[in-house]
Write a protein that binds this ligand. Structure first.
Ligand code: GAP
Length: 512
């Protein structure tokens, strides 16, 4: 199946089964804004719990906070967001569609890279075991010509980004003959900068209201509270502050479901360290965050690092953890060495000292910061797109199953009486009432057992227990496993014991 089709199916499945709905749907929706339904909210909560516990519970030197979305407007001047939180936009004159100029150029280079990969796959087939990829890349004329195109474009692109040269960015688009993906037209407007922050007014207009912003990242709430936390928690460098919360960006190119939203959630952690130790901690957090992802049992080849050549205004090193989404490898999480940029800026703009006294070195300094920043919604998309599976069964039927890691699954256990009479529903309720104290359970008695299994597969429930007539005699049930569809006869008293470890987030934490 082509990736585009899979993506469409995942979007449709998410809606049909109560994971994600378009916002304000009865009013025809609101672009790039989504609501999480009954199973989506559970899955999201479980991802948050996994992240929060991995950061805050497992690390004695990391604490969590919950800062306000509204902050003093000066904060966004200090952080550079008022002046520099822009996207370079370009419009196609014929289709009237708007694009990010940098994305058009990156996609153009990726397309050429794709051509090179195709040549390599073809040559591998032709030469078999004797194939030497490095030699092929260095000698094949088509590969060399394409690589030259990429290198030259990339060089110009980096120059344009570093020098904020919007004219050059347009020229690259023209020289590369990049066409509008919608209309095929190559007629472009100039590139313009567009600030991504949403603003609103605080106070009544008559009293002279002030413009304030909806935060575009949660990180600044951590920076401005760093001394409060350090002092009240008697924290010693190195220490971290974690936060989960909403962020808002007026994304212009927002056509990728929950990958790029205007209202989204971030899980960020700022790690405050001694100046000069940033590369050590940058490497540490790069490794630790990749481990967190891989502990979920998702195949290793779905993740890769992408080190940044073009650094954001605040960073001296940065990498993305990219995930192989149905729309290709894209950024899932960022790890940035932010130096002392933010704290120094806040010191200057607020006029308050933000220094830390290190009693081991007897020195005061503004700490450096290494940040880990992951989009909760992107993590959700990674989980659900990796989990979505269409299977042909032996009896010729098909099923759609969400193979969500059981620890994150919205419902852990479905309790199903085989039929709606002979005391089976009452027995099932009794079992459920005991188990629901510990696990998120769902009771279902409508429809045939086969259809109920399919519904549970579709929402990713890892276990189903079925209560039948034998259960009434010997207190046993069948336990069905989602992925293998295997069924075991077990006693009711064993259910908790068997599923406990498999669905507990602690099992994931132990692997970190
Ligand atoms: N504090 C650093 C920061 O905000 P970022 O790379 O702009 O860095 C961090 O964002 C993460 O937030 C990204 O890796 C991505 O997962 C998520 N994110 C950013 N913009 C998003 C959007 N419009 N919709 C959904 N997630 C987004």
């Amino acid at each position: 199946m082509v990736p585009d089709d899979i993506f469409k199916k995942i979007i449709a499945h998410s809606k049909e089964y109560g994971f994600i709905f378009p916002s304000s749907e009865i009013y025809d929706g609101l672009s790039a804004v989504y609501d999480y339904g009954q199973y989506g909210a559970e899955l999201k909560n479980n991802i948050k719990e996994y992240w929060w516990n991995a950061m805050v519970r497992l690390n004695e030197n990391i604490v969590g906070i919950d800062s306000a979305i509204f902050m003093h407007p000066e904060i966004w001047k200090a952080s550079g967001h008022v002046g520099a939180f822009n996207d370079p936009l370009i419009d196609n004159k014929d289709s009237k569609k708007r694009y990010r100029a940098d994305v058009l150029i990156e996609e153009y280079m990726q397309k050429i890279e794709g051509k090179i990969e195709k040549e390599i796959v073809k040559a591998k087939k032709r030469f078999g075991e004797d194939f030497n990829e490095e030699q092929f890349r260095n000698t094949n004329p088509r590969v060399l010509a394409n690589q030259k195109k990429i290198d030259e474009t990339n060089k110009r692109f980096i120059f344009a980004l570093e020098n904020d040269d919007l004219k050059e960015m347009k020229q690259i688009i023209l020289d590369s003959e990049i066409a509008c993906p919608f209309s095929g037209s190559k007629s472009w407007t100039d590139v313009r900068q567009f600030n991504l922050m949403f603003s609103t007014q605080i106070g009544s207009i008559s009293e002279g209201a002030n413009t304030i912003y909806l935060r575009p990242e949660t990180a600044q709430g951590i920076f401005v509270n760093y001394l409060n936390v350090q002092k009240s928690g008697r924290m010693k460098v190195p220490f971290g502050i974690a936060q989960i919360g909403k962020a808002f960006r007026n994304e212009i190119v927002a056509r990728q479901f929950i990958f790029r939203m205007r209202e989204f959630e971030q899980m960020e952690m700022q790690f405050f360290i001694r100046p000069g130790e940033e590369m050590k901690w940058f490497e540490y957090w790069k490794g630790a965050r990749m481990k967190w992802h891989k502990a979920l049992g998702i195949e290793d080849n779905k993740f890769r690092y992408h080190d940044h050549d073009n650094l954001a205004h605040y960073a001296n090193a940065a990498t993305d953890i990219e995930f192989d989404f149905p729309i290709g490898f894209k950024e899932l999480e960022g790890i940035h060495s932010r130096t002392d940029f933010d704290l120094v800026q806040h010191q200057e703009h607020s006029g308050k000292k933000l220094q830390y006294f290190d009693n081991e070195t007897n020195k005061s300094y503004v700490p450096y910061v290494v940040e880990t920043s992951i989009g909760l919604d992107r993590m959700f998309l990674a989980i659900i797109s990796n989990a979505y599976t269409e299977e042909k069964l032996e009896d010729g039927t098909e099923r759609v199953v969400l193979k969500i890691p059981p620890q994150l699954a919205p419902v852990k256990l479905a309790v199903l009486p085989l039929i709606k009479k002979d005391g089976l529903p009452e027995k099932a309720r009794e079992i459920m009432n005991n188990l629901k104290l510990e696990f998120n359970c769902q009771y279902e008695e409508k429809d045939s057992i086969g259809r109920r299994y399919r519904r549970q597969d579709a929402i990713g429930t890892p276990f189903c227990v079925t209560i039948d007539h034998q259960s009434m005699e010997d207190n046993t049930v069948t336990l069905r496993y989602r992925d293998s569809m295997k069924q075991d006869r077990i006693s009711v008293s064993e259910i908790g014991e068997i599923i406990r470890d498999k669905v507990s987030i602690n099992t994931l934490l132990k692997n970190l």
